[in-house]
Design a binder for this molecule. Structure first.
Ligand SMILES: Nc1ncnc2c1ncn2[C@@H]1O[C@H](COP(=O)(O)OP(=O)(O)OP(=O)(O)O)[C@@H](O)[C@H]1O
Ligand SMILES: [Mg+2]
Length: 389
């Protein structure tokens, strides 16, 4: 059928034609945003899910809700190799500059900008011309301790936003790339602004690593954050994710053809878009049949093997590739680290660094102590298909 009218959108962060099965997550975020901006207690959120389950799409959706609720929004993807201070500085500056144009908030905004200048110099963030003119206030966000200074900045921004009758939401994608002390600093900062009923909230998303927090940050995070899990879609939602976009284009799909898509994709959002996309292109006319989906599956798998899966495999060293192949040879996950070590004829402790490096690359994660699993759904199938492991 006409590729120009193909409604499906495979791709990182591409908004799907139907945001299926996420009603509860979206509604809870809407309530949390609505409460926070009214000075009521609420929970910040960290969405946890595997690759391609729709976390970035949800963050974008939540950003849209926040804008409708009168929030200023800052969206950032945690980079693998940059400090949190460097990453947050331009965002905090931008928010404060916007708020400083509002008469009632100007005094607060200036105090906050001066704190921000100290923050930048305490964390050696290079700043532009603009801040040079801002007077420095000794003692404000200048201790060099990230937990203290970030907390101070969140409070300064929160007070400014409150004076302007606005709110601030910080959206952080790929949160697993933050260092433990950076994540802890955010959690402690959120704790303080929420105690002061300031209109600041954090919504983050990342891979489901086991919590790497300790101490105060951990106990705060258990109370202050909710951790909605973003997984494969249940069958009815997966059906709607395919059928509704087709129906909106006046196209039908046979029940057995739809069932095959659900079975091949296991309900994973990214794969659903990929299969829907190919099924549309293969079919000559409505309805889409089982034969169309059979052909589409071949195309979709080829494209995943050459793209989605291959790109990830190419990031691994030879020894790391051996490790993940050993995992796949054991069937589907999660896998005990000791079993993987046995397969490779090594002591588990000798494999610790290799395992950690693959975790850092975001390819595998540890769902619970002593276990590993793939962050990319169906990756084990791919490895068995390609390497016969
Ligand atoms: N609820 C949904 N229903 C149908 N399709 C969806 C849904 N959510 C996301 N998708 C589709 O899934 C794909 C992946 O979405 P997204 O990039 O948000 O995933 P992600 O979890 O952020 O992945 P990664 O961990 O690789 O960044 C996109 O093509 C998107 O259109
Ligand atoms: Mg993403």
């Amino acid at each position: 059928m006409d590729p120009l009218r193909n409604p499906f959108s495979p791709g990182a962060g591409s908004p799907p034609p139907e945001l299926a099965g996420r009603e509860i997550i979206v509604e809870n975020a809407r309530i949390a945003l609505g409460r926070t901006i009214r000075g009521r207690s609420s929970q910040s959120q960290i969405l946890l899910g595997l690759r391609g389950t729709g976390k970035t799409v949800l963050l974008n959706e939540i950003e849209g809700l926040a804008e409708a609720e009168n929030y200023l929004t800052s969206f950032v993807e945690a980079p693998e190799n940059k400090s949190l201070a460097e990453m947050l500085y331009p965002l905090m500056r931008q928010v404060l500059r916007k708020l400083s144009t509002i008469e009632k908030a100007r005094v607060y905004a200036n105090a906050a900008l001066s704190g921000l200048r100290n923050f930048a110099s305490a964390f050696k963030v290079s700043v532009g011309e603009v801040e040079i003119g801002v007077a420095s206030t000794p003692g404000s966000a200048d201790s060099g301790n990230l937990e203290f200074d970030l907390t101070e900045m969140f409070i300064l921004i929160g007070k400014t936003a409150q004076a302007a009758q606005r709110g601030w939401v910080l959206l952080i994608d790929e949160v697993q790339y933050l260092k433990e002390e950076e994540l802890a600093a955010i959690i402690v900062a959120v704790h303080r602004v929420s105690q002061k009923s300031l209109p600041v909230i954090v919504v983050a998303a990342g891979l489901p690593q086991i919590a790497k927090l300790s101490g105060d940050a951990k106990s705060y995070s258990e109370r202050l954050f909710s951790y909605p899990s973003v997984g494969a879609l249940e069958i009815p939602a997966a059906n709607s994710a395919i059928r509704n976009p087709l129906n909106n284009e006046g196209v039908e799909i046979d029940d057995d053809a739809l069932a095959m898509i659900i079975q091949m994709t296991s309900g994973y959002p990214f794969f659903i878009q990929e299969w829907g996309h190919h099924a549309w292109n293969v079919a000559q006319t409505s309805p889409i049949t089982l034969k169309d989906v059979t052909k589409a599956s071949e195309l979709a798998l080829n494209r995943l093997d050459d793209g989605f899966f291959k790109v990830r495999m190419d990031r691994l060293t030879g020894a790391e590739a051996d490790y993940v192949q050993a995992m796949a040879s054991l069937g589907s996950g999660p896998y005990k680290s000791t079993d993987v070590a046995d397969t490779l004829n090594k002591e588990p402790s000798a494999l610790g660094p290799r395992r950690a490096s693959i975790i850092n690359k975001g390819m595998i994660y540890s769902p619970s102590y002593g276990e590993v699993d793939f962050t990319v759904p169906l990756f084990d199938d791919f490895l068995r298909r390609h390497f016969g492991c």
